[in-house]
Design a protein around this ligand. Structure first.
Ligand code: EAX
Length: 335
């Protein structure tokens, strides 16, 4: 009896939250995209996997369409512990760790498989772990995708066609600088304000993966689509450090990690699989699609690399480029 009592006290000490928890655990997770988006579908898959493997004890409640604020707000809420998780593009994380800027360089990602290998290996893990000092737990890199350009004014085939156009960019220094080199007026703005800004003409264009252009119905105000693929955005699934350390048991953390890995693979696959279908739907909705000479765009933004290499970190940049089989000469990168 005494041993049993001691064991019980010991178990309480080891796993206070699980024993104290009489009800299931529903984790609040936010994102800024629409319910048909790859983010939302991937999170639904994570919810399904969590429920299935926890026997219904654990699940997600998903807040979409920036209901809980912009990506910047969402990261802050997770850091403060008021929201448990968020799925955001990696671009806003450069406000915390400069190293995230490496993905924001134009044309730095050419091959998804090579990128996934880097993100899922020790380099990616180290990057996610650098967020721990901000009370953020980076669970894994999901996919936002290759970004393409849309506008309401004219067919854009070369950077000079952008001259005088106001293009919304993410709140990220490399994105703004790149569009300045392309000759546009970059306008940094949170995603939640974008659809309205396009509709009323505050900006003439924007850039995002095809799945977002479709699910956020940007085709309603944007006639021209240029398949530049100038940036690739990874997405990061973040959990609050307070949740992770204080509210979850070891077993629950293990379960979340294993479901996250499966949902991540599912979401990447979904994102890739639907790209072609989404492009044909955008054409059906009346978008004029331009396939530009990408070399010309690469040339135009070459100076960005030397401009930002110190901020990104020279060593990190070299390691990343060589992992992607890219090399740099005269400030330009090539395969
Ligand atoms: O993470 O802001 C953007 O354009 C992003 O693609 C979006 O927030 C998804």
């Amino acid at each position: 009896m005494r041993t049993l009592g001691l064991l019980f006290v010991f178990a309480l000490f080891l796993a206070p939250s699980a024993l104290a928890r009489t009800e299931g655990l529903t984790l609040k997770v936010s994102h800024v995209l629409e319910p048909e988006s790859h983010y939302h579908r991937g999170l639904l898959e994570l919810d399904r996997l969590l429920r299935e493997s926890s026997g219904g004890r654990m699940g997600l409640s998903i807040y979409h369409s920036a209901q809980l604020g912009s990506e910047k707000d969402a990261v802050e809420a997770v850091l403060m512990g008021t929201v448990e998780m968020t799925l955001v593009s990696s671009a806003p994380l450069s406000a915390y760790t400069d190293a995230f800027l490496v993905f924001d360089l134009p044309f730095v990602v050419r091959d998804r498989e090579r990128l996934y290998a880097w993100l899922d290996g020790h380099h990616g893990r180290a990057l996610l772990d650098s967020l721990r000092s901000f009370n953020l737990v980076g669970l894994g890199f999901w996919e936002n995708g290759f970004r393409h350009l849309t506008n309401s004014r004219r067919p854009v085939a070369r950077p000079e066609d952008l001259s005088g156009l106001k293009i919304r960019v993410m709140e990220n220094p490399i994105h703004a600088a790149t569009f300045r080199l392309f000759g546009a007026h970059p306008v940094p703005m949170p995603f939640g304000d974008l659809a309205f800004a396009l509709k009323v003409g505050t900006v003439d264009g924007q850039e995002n993966p095809l799945v977002i252009i479709y699910t956020s119905r940007f085709y309603e105000s944007q006639r021209y689509l240029t398949l530049t693929g100038h940036f690739y955005s990874p997405a990061v699934l973040l959990a609050s450090g307070s949740l992770w350390e204080r509210k979850l048991t070891e077993e629950e953390r293990r379960l979340i990690r294993s479901c996250e890995a499966k949902a991540r693979a599912w979401e990447r696959d979904f994102s890739r699989r639907t790209e072609e279908e989404v492009l044909s739907r955008l054409k059906e909705r009346g978008m004029e699609v331009i396939a530009p000479d990408r070399e010309v765009w690469m040339e135009a933004c070459g100076p960005i690399y030397s401009q930002f290499e110190e901020k990104v970190g020279r060593t990190l940049l070299e390691i990343f480029l060589s992992s992607q089989s890219l090399s740099r000469s005269d400030g330009k990168i090539s395969q």
